[in-house]
Write a protein that binds this ligand. Structure first.
Ligand code: ZN
Length: 537
């Protein structure tokens, strides 16, 4: 592709660049493939011009004769099946499949947005509806219609809008000064222009635009919990034209870190026309707790792009028993870790989320005792929201990782992958040492005893570790039961019943229960939650 250009070509290019009122199209007319730039420049003008020409082509292919104006009103419904790669029972395929329906209505010129999702797991379903309209942002409870004002910003819809080539191109057009041309690539038999720009001003997105102006793919970099530096590639296919001659995609696919992640079809698509103001108007706020209502994040894609706003700051360590420190609300989210002081070293139980939370755990240990290393890190299970901080914490502290046989390969790979995006860690300083819990139990003794118990298959993950601190009468678990900070106990899921069995088998009815999520609870509360979910037990 990068062919040396003759002097004649260079001077011709210079003449073109010097022409003041030339459009991008005229500038590119008959221009040979770019390679070496004009001697005075670095090729930025040419790169911009080529990118702009491709995006203009897409604006007209997707917006029709009205062009960008038509992209100011886009409505679609996308029905997908997503692989819950890092939320399945086991860390290898076949993974749990989750049905996700996304309904979007967007009016970018006015900054109005509406996104409704329905996420159906085999044993549970969650629905969310978020609005940004003339009256501001709101979250609506789809069951009751109650609306709660929410500080939603336009950027909070960036992930939803990536499912629409029209909305991606609308954003590229708006930020056109940042467009750059990377080259061409054959995609599905079509020679595509590759254009890159900061999508929503914060995610460097590369878009493949075919000669017809259709967006066939887009891609961005992200940190995968297992593979480290990786990319998310979305593809749009089965294009057809609407009555106005605009191209509409028929199907959508997404590959994450090289593995199939999402596949689906558009069941509704409209582009152009007046945005329906009423679609973006929330019902009058009614207060109460009509907000998220304990809905669990779909998690399937949550890892791909951090959501805006981190909520409240971490609450600081709470000494729940002598030498046992609960680190609450890591990253400002409902995630806790436990630091157990065994006298000459700490054990960190759970390193959730990612590099930020791992740094908080390391800092908390250093604040408690700068001379005491974290010698072991114990993830409760392999799910990405619980294991994302493990490589970072292991690298930062040199801690050994304690896990079970079935999760060994997962953590070996996760701690060996390069992670250069977004922080100082570049590659593993040394392979992390892995300690395996065999025969269901493992113990450390120091100033106090720390015992790891393997729960066994339970409906949530096939291999999970629970921490038992006998002197403190304290048990730490992840995702088996959640005692909410406020409000009623939720009915227990099947895995809570398995935890209760284990506590009964071991005669631990007086234990206090701490978790990755929520507050400290009791076995009596656990029993009540299990009874509510399984009457007759
Ligand atoms: Zn989990």
């Amino acid at each position: 592709m990068a062919q040396p250009r003759s002097t004649t070509d260079r001077s011709r290019l210079l003449t073109r660049l010097a022409a003041p009122a030339m459009t991008a199209a005229a500038l590119l007319g008959g221009s040979p493939a770019p390679g070496v730039a004009a001697p005075e420049g670095l090729g930025t003008v040419e790169s911009y011009s080529r990118a702009l020409a491709a995006v203009e082509r897409a604006v007209h292919a997707l917006g029709g004769p009205e062009g960008a104006a038509a992209l100011d009103s886009v409505t679609f419904t996308l029905e997908t099946v997503a692989q819950a790669t890092y939320q399945s029972s086991r860390p290898e395929p076949p993974f749990l499949e989750v049905a996700v329906t996304l309904e979007v209505e967007a009016a970018p010129g006015r900054r109005w947005a509406r996104a409704a999702t329905a996420t159906v797991f085999p044993d549970a379903a969650f629905r969310t509806l978020r609005l940004l309209g003339p009256a501001g942002g709101a979250e609506i409870d789809p069951e009751t219609g109650r609306s709660t004002p929410a500080p939603l910003a336009w950027e909070d819809f960036a992930r939803d809008f990536r499912r629409s080539p029209q909305l991606v191109i609308r954003d590229a057009w708006e930020r056109r000064a940042h467009l750059r041309w990377l080259g061409t690539l054959e995609v599905e038999g079509a020679r595509c222009d590759l254009v890159t720009f900061p999508y929503f001003g914060r995610l460097e997105l590369t878009v493949a635009i075919d000669p017809e102006g259709r967006v066939l793919r887009h891609e961005f970099l992200f940190e995968d919990v297992l593979a480290g530096d990786a990319s998310v590639v979305a593809s749009f296919a089965d294009y057809r034209r609407d009555e106005g001659g605009r191209w509409l995609p028929g199907s959508f696919g997404q590959v994450e870190a090289g593995g199939p992640a999402v596949e689906g079809r558009y069941t509704r698509f409209t582009v152009g026309g007046e945005p329906r103001a009423e679609a973006f108007a929330a019902a009058a706020p009614q207060g109460g707790n009509g907000g998220r209502g304990g809905a669990e994040p779909a998690a399937v894609e949550a890892r791909a792009e951090p959501a805006g706003g981190g909520g409240e700051p971490a609450a600081g360590p709470l000494e729940v028993a002598p030498g046992v420190h609960l680190l609450r609300r890591l990253g400002g989210q409902d995630y806790n870790s436990l630091l157990v002081d065994l006298g000459t070293y700490f054990v960190a139980v759970e390193a959730p989320l990612g590099r930020g939370a791992a740094a908080e755990i390391a800092a908390a240990a250093a604040a408690l005792d700068p001379d005491k290393p974290i010698r072991y890190v114990v993830p409760t299970h392999h799910h990405d929201d619980h294991s994302g901080g493990v490589p970072h914490l292991a690298w930062a502290t040199g801690a050994a990782l304690v896990t079970t046989r079935g999760n060994e390969a997962f953590f070996r790979r996760a701690t060996a992958a390069r992670r250069t995006l977004g922080g100082p860690a570049v590659s593993p300083p040394a392979p992390a040492e892995i300690v395996l819990v065999r025969d269901g139990e493992w113990e450390l003794r120091g100033d106090r005893t720390l015992r790891l118990l393997e729960l066994g298959p339970n409906g949530h993950a096939d291999e999970m570790l629970i921490v038992w601190l006998p002197e403190a009468g304290l048990l730490f678990q992840g995702d088996l039961i959640r005692f909410p900070e406020a409000g009623e106990l939720e009915p227990a899921r099947p895995q809570a019943g398995r935890l209760l069995e284990l506590l009964e088998e071991r005669d631990l009815a007086d234990a206090r229960i701490v978790g990755v999520h929520g507050r400290v609870g009791t076995v009596a509360e656990l029993r009540r939650a299990v009874a509510a979910a399984e009457p007759g037990r």
